[in-house]
Design a protein around this ligand. Structure first.
Ligand SMILES: Nc1nc2c(c(=O)[nH]1)N[C@H]1C(S)=C(S)[C@@H](COP(=O)(O)OP(=O)(O)OC[C@H]3O[C@@H](n4cnc5c(=O)[nH]c(N)nc54)[C@H](O)[C@@H]3O)O[C@H]1N2
Ligand SMILES: Nc1nc2c(c(=O)[nH]1)N[C@H]1C(S)=C(S)[C@@H](COP(=O)(O)OP(=O)(O)OC[C@H]3O[C@@H](n4cnc5c(=O)[nH]c(N)nc54)[C@H](O)[C@@H]3O)O[C@H]1N2
Ligand SMILES: [Mo]
Length: 819
């Protein structure tokens, strides 16, 4: 007889821990995990506030809401996460490619840690000796790999991530805020929206899917605001879940054309004198602003960027644009939130720049209740110490950033053409987004590939989720002499590795202090190492240290807490404790007592919002305290003199007027203009290429995955989520496609096969596949996992800062076998 639920849970112990995956919740959701016999057997949501209360707002005061005195409830993925660590594809031992097999076959044999690490170090040393310092590469900037390389004196990394680099670049260009110092430019929080906004515009964002703060809490705050009578408008090419459940009005828009609508709204604000003249006079650099005004009003080029002009570009009726401009200009403040998706396509820099200009005209920068200028919630500079390892410090070797991370494969593959004289060095560097001294090109000789991660310390499933073409990446891997990676689970990229190192899950199997910020729900929480690590899995930090040691780097330099191998766990814990201690000291200085370490690791936590007087808004220093922006003019610069200066182009790294590096500006910025302008974007809905590939592919994030994480999770598939391409009924009919038919989606980058979801929820001409499907190639190269990455890539000639997650495709019925 099977055990009853009560017996099953007999003797289980509850432990609080924090979800650490890279959704916009990012370390803000708290799980109450039930552990028995060293296994997680069940997960419940956080209950440290308002225990046993369903709708917490029914027992909360306004202050409680604003100060986020509520449960950090996880989403469905958090609730299912524990099953993932016991997945049959979990990697438990160091592996090497089985002798006699090819890369991609996926046959591996177990080896010892010593053999794995010795081989890696000897291959790295060999490459460096035979091919020079620029022969070992990792696609992304990976802080840890970067540090390791800089200590070692060799290695190459990519620049830019895959998320909101357009906003990062423009925050620097427009406002002088360094793209990675988020506290400088993040603004707006859900609490601020609830307390201060008059109406809410969610532009290219679905908070019921893509979290900002704990799970769907932001969405819930929108709902609360709506219950208080605030209008909610959603602007999205698809009838999203937010449009359906949170909105009073849905405005469908042609993706990749939003900046035409921003410009048309600016036109209305100018024409109807609804712009904030006082704000502009005080905070916006006047010559650039005049250029913007002239552009929008068509004074120089004779083209008025009015709603009628925009209507034929973005497909939003002129009257709707006009009304929206009047609404946000008069019912103030309007929570105008244009999210990252809008700019995650070619020319995203212009979209981001134009939106920042619109927000400036409205006088909305830093205004409570007005939403952020660069698309995300606040990031207060509350310190927790660094992880005590592998970052910072000056080293002799400055690791060059030779390619836009997405384009690492192009950087490898096009090199032959440069060597043969078919492609000029200049054209090569522009194409791959070169960002270093051009003289390095002659010595770039990629031979060893280390699959570093981008936001996480271990590798990403690059072939499936990195934004360049999967097939080109596979091609580029063929050129490598040695490939190694570290992960907790098998994936499409690991198939091509020569050595795979097994990682602990850093949420469940490691201790760690965590801090969350997105969406304005700030707290400092803990992961207590809920269960012991399985097999021979190791902590990611340990792995880097061991590789570093074998490369001859002083261990103390790698991790200042290191004493001996035997003491690893204790050293690590000491480091975590010191991290927490910095927050304790920070609060003590403000006369606030927070839980001591001993209580913190038992599940007490710091609710940062509780200790602030009001919800966070950005730009307080500049707008409220009158400090200068860190731009040359000390004001908001809508027009960039830097980009206008052709002498700066192509010279390697770029530094602003005060000598600070532009993190996300390649040596050659392509055809980016100094003022945000509109054109039909390359590979957009009005590009010539639509004649061949007429459908615009969106690859938005999924409710049931964080990028590729959880793709293989049985609880989050099948009847819960079916990976299908969303296609409008008219487009389907024209192609003889019915709901659930197998179809092939293709372009010059590749082919995928998957079922169709025929719906009226997509705008005609647009289709959508959620990102994070894993590449599963058959022999002819068709991807039956249906990863959007298979269809991404291709030249655009635009500045490489914006990540690209869209493409043009054609679709037809698929009559072949399904693997
Ligand atoms: N087509 C398309 N591609 C996209 C996007 C898109 O919209 N469309 N969006 C882009 C964006 S915005 C981003 S940020 C990137 C992110 O893409 P990734 O870099 O893949 O994202 P991460 O979620 O940071 O995960 C890194 C790796 O760590 C693993 N991992 C993450 N969290 C955990 C964990 O808690 N435990 C364990 N064991 N493993 C973990 C994941 O499996 C993954 O392999 O994707 C980008 N790629
Ligand atoms: N569940 C879940 N949550 C996540 C993540 C995840 O993978 N899963 N990833 C996290 C990460 S790293 C990030 S960066 C964020 C991403 O957050 P976003 O960038 O906001 O996410 P997306 O899902 O790409 O897009 C959101 C919406 O924008 C619409 N959209 C796409 N293109 C356009 C356009 O050109 N114009 C307009 N107006 N709308 C457009 C899409 O149809 C979609 O409904 O989400 C975070 N949260
Ligand atoms: Mo992201």
């Amino acid at each position: 007889m099977s055990l009853g639920i009560r017996d099953k849970h007999q003797g289980a112990k509850a432990v609080y821990t924090t979800c650490r995956c890279n959704c916009g919740g990012n370390e803000s959701c708290v799980l109450k995990a039930w552990v028995k016999d060293d296994k997680v057997i069940a997960v419940e949501p956080d209950d440290r506030y308002n225990r046993n209360v369903g709708r917490e707002d029914s027992v909360m005061s306004e202050q409680d809401l604003i100060k986020n005195r509520l449960q950090r409830r996880p989403c469905v993925m958090g609730m299912a996460f524990h099953k993932y660590i016991y997945h049959p594809d979990r990697i438990l031992y160091p592996l090497k490619r089985a002798p006699g097999t090819e890369r991609g076959e996926g046959k591996f044999v177990r080896i010892s840690w010593d053999e794995a690490l010795d081989t890696i170090a000897s291959e790295m040393n060999r490459a460096r000796k035979e091919y020079g310092p620029y022969s070992i590469l990792t696609p992304y900037i990976n802080e840890t790999a970067d540090f390791l390389f800089s200590c070692w004196g060799a290695g190459v990394v990519g620049w830019g991530q895959c998320s909101y680099d357009a906003q990062r670049l423009m925050a620097h260009v427009v406002a002088g805020a360094k793209g990675f110092v988020m506290s400088e430019y993040y603004s707006g929080s859900a609490a601020d929206m609830l307390a201060n906004a008059k109406n809410i515009v969610l532009w290219g964002w679905d908070p019921t899917v893509a979290h900002q703060g704990p799970a769907h809490q932001f969405a819930w705050f929108v709902k609360l605001a709506r219950e208080r009578g605030k209008k909610v408008i959603v602007i999205d090419p698809r009838f999203s879940c937010a449009a359906r459940t949170l909105a009073d009005q849905w405005i469908p828009i042609k993706p990749g054309t939003d900046h035409s609508m921003y410009m048309a709204m600016a036109h209305v604000l100018f024409q109807e004198h609804l712009w904030d003249k006082e704000f502009v006079a005080k905070f916006v650099e006047p010559i650039g602003f005049e250029k913007w005004r002239s552009y929008v009003l068509g004074i120089e080029d004779g083209v008025k960027k009015d709603p009628e002009w925009a209507e034929v570009r973005c497909a939003v009726p002129a009257e709707t644009i006009r009304e929206l401009a009047r609404l946000v200009g008069t019912e103030r403040p309007s929570w105008l939130w244009s999210h990252w998706s809008v700019a995650r396509k070619s020319d995203g820099e212009h979209m981001s720049g134009a939106f920042a200009a619109l927000q400036a005209m409205l006088g909305y920068w830093g205004t409570p209740g007005a939403g952020p200028a660069f698309g995300t919630g606040p990031w207060r500079p509350i310190p927790i110490g660094s992880r005590g390892l592998m970052s910072g410090g000056e080293h002799e070797y400055k690791v060059p950033q030779l390619y836009r991370s997405h384009d690492w494969a192009e950087a490898v593959l096009l090199l032959d053409k440069v060597r043969s004289g078919e492609l000029s060095g200049k054209e090569y560097m522009r194409t791959v987004g070169w960002k270093a001294d051009p003289s390095i090109l002659k010595d770039f000789n990629p031979k060893v590939l280390f699959w570093g991660g981008h936001a996480k310390p271990h590798a990403t499933d690059h072939v499936s989720i990195n934004c360049s073409s999967s097939n080109r990446q596979v091609e580029a891997m063929k050129k490598m002499e040695f490939i190694f990676t570290m992960h907790s689970i098998h994936n499409s990229t690991n198939l091509y590795a020569d050595i795979i190192l097994p990682a602990r899950d850093w949420m469940w199997e490691e201790k760690g202090v965590t801090k969350s910020q997105y969406g304005g729900f700030e707290s400092i929480n803990y992961c207590p190492e809920v269960v012991p690590p399985p097999g021979e899995t190791k902590a990611w930090a340990w792995v880097y240290i061991k590789i570093g040691q074998r490369l001859g780097i002083d261990t103390k330099k790698l991790f200042s807490y290191y004493s001996t191998d035997e003491n690893w766990e204790k050293d690590w814990e000491r480091c975590q404790k010191d991290m927490y201690q910095r927050a304790v000291v920070y609060y003590l200085k403000q006369g606030v007592t927070v839980p001591p370490w001993e209580e913190f690791i038992q599940g007490k936590f710091i609710n940062c919002d509780e200790h602030e007087e009001k919800p966070h808004t950005g730009w307080d220093a500049q707008i409220k305290e009158g400090k200068p922006f860190r731009t040359e003019s000390k004001k908001i610069e809508i027009y960039s003199n830097y980009i206008a200066d052709e002498n700066k182009r192509g010279k390697g790294e770029h530094y602003d007027w005060s000598g600070r590096l532009y993190d996300n500006l390649p040596a050659d910025w392509g055809d980016m203009t100094p003022l945000p302008t509109y054109r039909a974007i390359p590979r957009g809905m009005d590009d010539e290429l639509t004649r061949k590939y007429p459908l615009f592919l969106l690859t938005s994030h999924s409710r049931y995955r964080v990028h590729s994480l959880f793709w293989e999770h049985a609880w989050l598939r099948d009847h819960v989520y079916q990976h299908r391409v969303w296609i409008n009924a008219a487009d389907a009919k024209a192609r003889g496609i019915k709901n659930n038919d197998m179809i092939m989606v293709f372009n010059e980058q590749g082919k995928v096969v998957m079922p169709a979801y025929v719906t009226r929820r997509m705008m005609p001409g647009t289709v959508l596949m959620h990102s994070g499907g894993k590449v599963i190639h058959d022999q002819s190269g068709i991807d039956f996992g249906a990863s959007p990455s298979t269809l991404l890539g291709g030249e655009t000639k635009s500045c490489k800062a914006s990540a690209r997650a869209t493409s043009l495709v054609e679709i037809e019925r698929y009559e072949g076998d399904v693997k």
